[in-house]
Write a protein that binds this ligand. Structure first.
Ligand code: GSH
Length: 198
């Protein structure tokens, strides 16, 4: 398999962690902005976004789509996903939160602050606090986001929450979220999301 990504992409991070956890062989191809705007790259993803996964003749983009593809194709024991429809729905709910509230909250705040993006930093930070507050309340009762085990829901939501502070979003008031982040990072073979700042 080939994975187009970059070191600091939280969207790429979630896919790479799952590839490693499933012990799948893959070649990592660095695809920074200069690569993503080339004609060659736009042929594999006309949106010009990473991650992109190529698995023989299958070309997939969108990180959460790739997570679902990988578990349904390669996680036969259903370790990172679920067999029951209602459990699958719980997982999907968090995948959509990752691509909605988290992408437009903490992820956008980080991109805006560190890369001088043109979105409103204040609005992204406010959205970040709203979803963090929601997650913190949810995690009062649960160890993991969707089920009573770690799943792709946690892998999808983890990266941009882990580096929320880079977007000027303090995690100080979210003890349960911090505990959950530490739990994710303590799983063997999961690498912490790298910081853009040191
Ligand atoms: N919904 C997509 C979003 C991916 C995404 O935003 N990737 C960023 C890097 S982290 C990117 O490639 N941005 C370039 C662009 O949007 O032009 C996913 O989940 O994979």
């Amino acid at each position: 398999m080939k994975l187009y990504t970059t070191a600091l992409s939280g969207h790429g991070h979630r896919v790479e962690q799952l590839l490693k956890l499933l012990k799948l062989d893959y070649e990592k191809i660095d695809a920074p902005h200069e690569v993503r705007i080339t004609t060659e790259f736009l042929k594999i993803n006309p949106l010009g976004q990473i991650p992109v996964l190529i698995d023989n003749d299958v070309v997939l983009s969108d990180s959460n789509t790739i997570l679902l593809y990988l578990v349904q194709k390669y996680d036969r024991a259903c370790i990172w996903y679920a067999k029951e429809i209602i459990e699958q729905a719980e997982i999907h709910r968090w995948l959509f939160i990752a691509s909605g509230e988290i992408a437009f909250g903490p992820a956008l705040a980080r991109r805006t602050k560190l890369l001088n993006g043109d979105a409103s930093l204040e609005e992204a930070q406010a959205r970040a606090h709203k979803i963090l507050n929601f997650m913190n309340n949810h995690l009062k009762k649960y160890t993991w986001l969707a089920l009573n085990k770690i799943t792709i829901a946690d892998l999808a939501c983890y990266p941009y929450v882990a580096v929320a502070e880079e977007g000027g979003v303090s995690l100080n008031e979210y003890e349960n979220v911090k505990h959950w982040l530490a739990n994710v990072e303590s799983v063997e073979d999961i690498q912490a999301m790298p910081r853009m700042t040191t």
